[in-house]
Design a binder for this molecule. Structure first.
Ligand code: HEM
Length: 538
């Protein structure tokens, strides 16, 4: 448009127009014309913009094939609603309210529908040909080298799940059993230093402990990456993901080099995580043991005899996968991020789930006492899966505060899909969330808005029915391949800490500060949970 303006203005300088302009100048007409010209151009632009916006709104609300899907008008016609909810970290809870109002399928953005019908969810998510959702869900950019947990545009991304699944089978986890216990007991010793006299942020401890446990699964027994800065870096990264979901790209470019140190650090947190992935791979590469002796995801990625195409990955690609990073610039330097892969998938989810469980059990001493009685009566860490109450505490934690907010999202393929009587055209994003499954069934989950592990005790038919409404690890073909490891280490961590301490709330830990906030999964509003750990006698 500025070319057009320049062209018109240039005409003023042409000799053949001189007499007209001289006359016009004499009458003062030219100044008016020049001002008017600019005004008219700006006005025309505004009108055009409004017209385009208005026609988009009309199209989305009245003509788009998704128009029949119920939902509030605002979320159907503009993505501002979903951005706003994401910015405030409450999309899942707001979407849940919408489902309570509109039913099991709701249009939460012009192109996104959320589903809460277990059978329909199963039908969609069981399919292997559906891609996991793109930019609109996970703040990914197009182009470059995107590849993350839930963004499998790169065909190889599909194959990543096999190495993770193989490295985390119960048989392989048992080989790591003692290493896990050593790291978890180190965390317990670290917490014990406060001697119940001052509060400890359990989120900080959990981030370090889950990183230590995950690094072994990822790189083998010789790996020990620097973990002191990890809690802070990962905390910032989570909020960077919110920014990516809500803010325009140019702002990041500016903030990255701008004068404000906090936003700069936040944006650089993705590079720091990448460096951690790189360090992990460099250490893993030095390990010459065979897979059978020291099974790790890195070994599976690089094994020339394995049946996965990951052997062709460059070191930087594997490092990105390990750390959970996205795109590379032309120079090969990692520049962009999205929902993270293995380090983050393995640590942030588990830490987040555990932090809320600690908080709830610190709040309710009766529940904590029940857990204490059970874990105290049981020596060691073998076969912890037989402890019913411990299992119930974990299940209820995952139900009440599922660590991954929108548990899974898929792209409708060519030809579209018919779901619950609505036609969803190709390119629509179908999403679902574990959070709503129990909340929309008060008959099965009375008092669903409170943490109550006791609801999972008992072997009756209703407990079996309830299990169908628990899907924190996702559903179907792309469900989490690391779920086994998650529960394995959660059991040991909870047993070790509740045996060692009576845990109470620190005065600074208020319900407001612990309100769930979605930042790359659920965490507390203040991204910490301060508790007092009083050592138990004996
Ligand atoms: C409480 C802990 C965890 C929860 C709640 C959780 C949840 C999830 C969810 C909801 C997904 C997306 C599923 C979908 O799109 O359908 C996912 C994917 C994934 N998770 Fe987990 N996860 C946890 C722990 C772990 C651990 C410990 C690991 C690694 C050892 C892991 C590795 C992965 C990977 C690699 C994917 C991507 C799978 C793919 O691309 O197909 N997760 N997880």
């Amino acid at each position: 448009m500025s070319d057009k303006v320049n062209h018109v203005v240039a005409k003023f300088d042409q000799p053949e127009n001189a007499s007209f302009f001289e006359d016009a100048l004499g009458t003062g007409m030219l100044e008016v014309t020049r001002e008017q010209l600019y005004c008219h151009i700006i006005l025309a632009l505004l009108v055009l913009l409004i017209a385009v916006r208005a026609s988009k709104i009309v199209y989305r609300g009245h003509i788009h094939p998704l128009r029949s899907v119920p939902g509030p008008w605002i979320s159907s016609v503009t993505s501002l609603w979903i951005r706003w909810q994401r910015w405030h970290g409450r999309l899942s809870f707001e979407a849940d309210k919408l489902m309570a109002k509109y039913g099991p399928i709701v249009r939460i953005s012009p192109n996104i529908v959320i589903l809460n019908d277990p059978e329909e969810v199963e039908k969609v998510f069981i399919r292997k040909d559906l891609d996991t959702s793109p930019t609109s869900i996970r703040a990914l950019r197009v182009g470059g080298h995107d590849w993350t947990v839930t963004y499998p545009q790169h065909p190889i991304a599909r194959t990543r799940r096999h190495p993770v699944m193989i490295a985390t089978t119960t048989k392989h986890l048992k080989l790591r059993h003692q290493v896990f216990i050593d790291y978890i007991e180190a965390m317990v010793r670290d917490i014990a230093k406060s001697d119940g006299k001052k509060s400890e942020d359990i989120v900080h401890h959990l981030r370090i402990c889950t990183l230590k446990n995950s690094q072994v699964i990822m790189g083998g027994s010789g790996v020990d990456v620097e973990s002191d800065t990890f809690p802070h870096v990962v905390g910032e990264y989570n909020f960077l993901v919110v920014w990516r979901l809500c803010l325009p790209e140019w702002l990041f470019q500016w903030l990255q080099y701008g004068p404000f140190s906090h936003p700069r650090f936040r944006i650089q947190s993705s590079d720091k995580l990448f460096d951690l992935g790189l360090e992990l791979c460099q250490q893993a590469a030095k390990n010459e043991a065979s897979f059978d002796d020291d099974p790790s995801i890195y070994k599976l990625f690089t094994d020339p005899d394995a049946k996965y195409p990951t052997q062709s990955w460059t070191d930087r690609e594997i490092a990105a996968e390990m750390a959970g990073q996205g795109k590379f610039s032309r120079s090969g330097r990692h520049t962009d991020t999205s929902l993270p892969c293995i380090v983050l998938a393995a640590t942030e989810t588990t830490s987040s789930a555990l932090a809320f469980i600690y908080y709830e059990l610190a709040k309710n001493q009766n529940l904590q006492q029940d857990l204490y009685e059970e874990v105290r009566a049981y020596e060691g860490y073998e076969e912890l899966d037989s402890l019913k109450y411990l299992d119930a505490c974990i299940k209820e934690g995952l139900r009440f505060r599922p660590p991954v907010a929108l548990t899974g999202s898929r792209l409708v393929p060519k030809g579209g899909l018919e779901i619950l009587g609505h036609f969803l055209p190709a390119g629509t994003v179908v999403t679902t969330q574990s959070l709503s499954m129990s909340r929309q069934r008060p008959d099965l989950f009375p008092d669903f808005d409170s943490y109550n592990p006791r609801r999972w005790l008992g072997d009756d038919a209703s407990t079996a029915e309830k299990r169908k409404f628990l899907a924190p690890f996702g559903v179907g073909a792309r469900r989490c391949p690391g779920g086994n490891m998650a529960t394995y280490q959660m059991r040991i961590i909870l047993a070790a800490t509740f045996r060692a301490f009576r845990i109470t709330l620190a005065p600074e830990t208020t319900p407001e500060k612990m309100a769930p906030f979605e930042a790359n999964g659920f965490r507390s509003c203040h991204d910490r949970c301060d508790l007092v750990f009083t050592p138990r006698a004996g």
